[in-house]
Design a binder for this molecule. Structure first.
Ligand code: PLP
Length: 519
């Protein structure tokens, strides 16, 4: 076999300056080194290479490239050096100067524009989003449940998430599917994941669905946004529960929807309406266990709601965010499972079952809405991470999902019982607990309403941070209460937090008494 001649490797060009653009005219009266100097200087003045990290090729390379002598190159470069366009770093080479001479020459020149004093124009859409930030808080995302902060509502025990298992499954799917997981993928979601979710929902949430109805989304919020955008025009009406999950209001506002808050009674959302009240196109509910009050929607109310939706051509958005964590009796079937008129848009999330950081959830779309939902998702952000989706599919099909739910239900049940017992012992004189059958939160009603401002201040000062119930209210005027989360803290941490709160409250009461007596 003839020996293959190895081609001389092209020297890798490390300079990013476009020396190809330099044109030297040997017939011109201007000397070559002047032409070279002028053209390099103009290139540098363009401002594209002024970050100090742009390296010039050596004078030898430049001379060979341009077919000129090295002394011509040296003359041009030394002039650029002298004028401050270039600098040498011993042992590294010649670089474009950080600050080119023009910066200094133009620094004091008067500006040619007037400073703009008008406020920046922001869209009505931004202003419509309710904003509960306090002070100069910038980010709305972080939950505030960092180190030293406890009993925050709705936080799952993420430290119990089986990271090692997840990592192993992730490595397996990457090894098996390789680059296929790095490409753009289906707007509906990973097919294995959709099959796994459909099977889980049919078996454990008594849903009626097939994998084609499943759309994998980036959590409940995105499920709401996609649904609202698909079924409501801006200005059309959606009913939401009052009090309500605060993000629902924000998402629907983003979709330009007119929100009508509906009260909650002991059966769930109140359907009755005044004759003047506009009919809703969508009704948002949390039937498994209302957020934040914890009411489980009765069967009677469920059928009434379905009848209402059918009669008025409305859709029901069923937010089934943490039905897996029911501590009294067997899990209740979903509303979707008893809907025989394709009125229910069911949505679930892994935020409570696994962890919120994954940003994964799912919609079970009525057949007639599948295409519209997928169309919106494709225009929004296309799809969730294929790697996470494939890993979750394995996590479910290999049984880790169910075993995690089972394990967490046990942990949460223990923490819940412990919280109730300790709370009643330490704080029972000030609060009445309303213990729900499910979920990760408990509402504590104040026995003396006048204590509210003081307790609010103290919880914020000591880092035991239940939410005020009023935070979730729109028009509802409920008695003062706090929503405590218990799930993310160990019994020791729960006890410490409750002792801290009880002693801060009794110290405050002593101070007040003392103040009164010494007056
Ligand atoms: C009622 C309700 N729905 C959904 C969620 C979770 O939504 P996501 O999947 O967007 O994290 C929460 C979280 O607290 C919630 O309280």
């Amino acid at each position: 076999m003839p020996k293959r001649k190895s081609r001389p490797q092209k020297r890798r060009r490390r300079s990013i300056i476009a020396f190809e653009m330099i044109r030297l005219d040997r017939t011109a009266t201007e000397p070559l080194h002047e032409q070279l100097y002028r053209q390099i200087r103009d290139e540098l003045k363009s401002g594209r290479f002024s970050d100090g990290s742009s390296r010039l090729p050596s004078s030898r390379t430049l001379a060979i490239d341009r077919g000129i002598s090295r002394s011509t190159v040296r003359l041009a470069l030394s002039k650029l050096h002298a004028e401050g366009y270039l600098l040498s770093k011993p042992g590294s080479g010649t670089f474009v100067a950080n600050l080119l001479p023009e910066t200094f020459l133009t620094a004091d020149q008067p500006k040619t524009y007037q400073p703009i004093e008008r406020p920046i124009r922001i869209s009505d859409r931004v202003r419509a989003i309710p904003d509960g930030r306090v002070g100069n808080q910038f980010d709305l995302g972080a939950t505030g449940a960092g180190p030293g902060i406890s009993l925050v509502a709705s936080i799952p025990a993420v430290d119990e998430f089986p990271i090692a298992v997840w990592e192993r499954l992730r490595a397996q799917v990457l090894a098996k599917k390789g680059v296929n997981l790095l490409r753009y993928s289906s707007n509906r979601g990973d097919v294995d994941l959709r099959k796994a979710i459909a099977a889980y929902l049919c078996d454990f949430r008594a849903a009626h669905c097939h994998p084609d109805q499943i759309i994998v989304v980036a959590g409940m919020q995105q499920a709401m946004l996609i649904s609202a955008m698909a079924v409501l025009n801006p200005g059309e009406v959606a009913w939401i529960e009052d009090p309500c999950y605060q993000q629902t209001r924000r998402v629907l506002s983003l979709a330009g929807v007119k929100i009508i808050p509906k009260p909650i009674d002991n059966q769930g959302i109140v359907i009755a309406r005044s004759p003047k009240e506009p009919l809703p196109r969508m009704i948002y509910v949390t039937p498994s266990h209302q957020f934040p009050l914890g009411v489980t929607m009765t069967f009677q109310r469920r059928t009434a709601l379905l009848d209402f939706a059918r009669a008025h051509n409305a859709f029901i958005f069923e937010d089934d965010y943490d039905a897996e964590f029911r501590f009294v009796g067997p899990p209740l079937p979903s509303l979707q499972g008893i809907d025989n008129a394709s009125r229910v848009i069911y949505a679930g999330t892994v935020s409570k079952i696994l962890c919120p950081g994954l940003r994964l959830g799912y919609i079970v779309a009525p057949e007639q809405l599948i295409d519209s939902f997928v169309k919106i998702r494709s225009a929004m952000d296309q799809h969730s991470s294929p790697i996470d989706q494939a890993t979750l599919a394995r996590f479910i099909t290999e049984g880790f999902f169910l075993s995690h739910i089972k394990r967490m239900r046990k942990i949460y049940a223990e923490r819940r019982d412990f919280f109730i017992k300790q709370f009643n012992e330490l704080l029972g004189d000030r609060f009445t607990l309303q213990v729900p059958e499910a979920g990760l939160n408990i509402v504590a009603w104040l026995k003396r309403e006048e204590d509210f401002p003081m307790i609010k201040r103290i919880t914020s000062d000591i880092g035991v941070r239940p939410s005020t119930l009023s935070f979730f209210c729109i028009q509802a005027k409920l008695k003062p209460a706090f929503v405590f989360g218990f799930a993310a803290w160990t019994p020791t941490q729960i006890r410490e937090s409750l002792v801290k709160l009880a002693s801060a409250l009794s110290n405050r009461a002593k101070d007040l008494n003392h103040g009164r007596q010494s007056r």
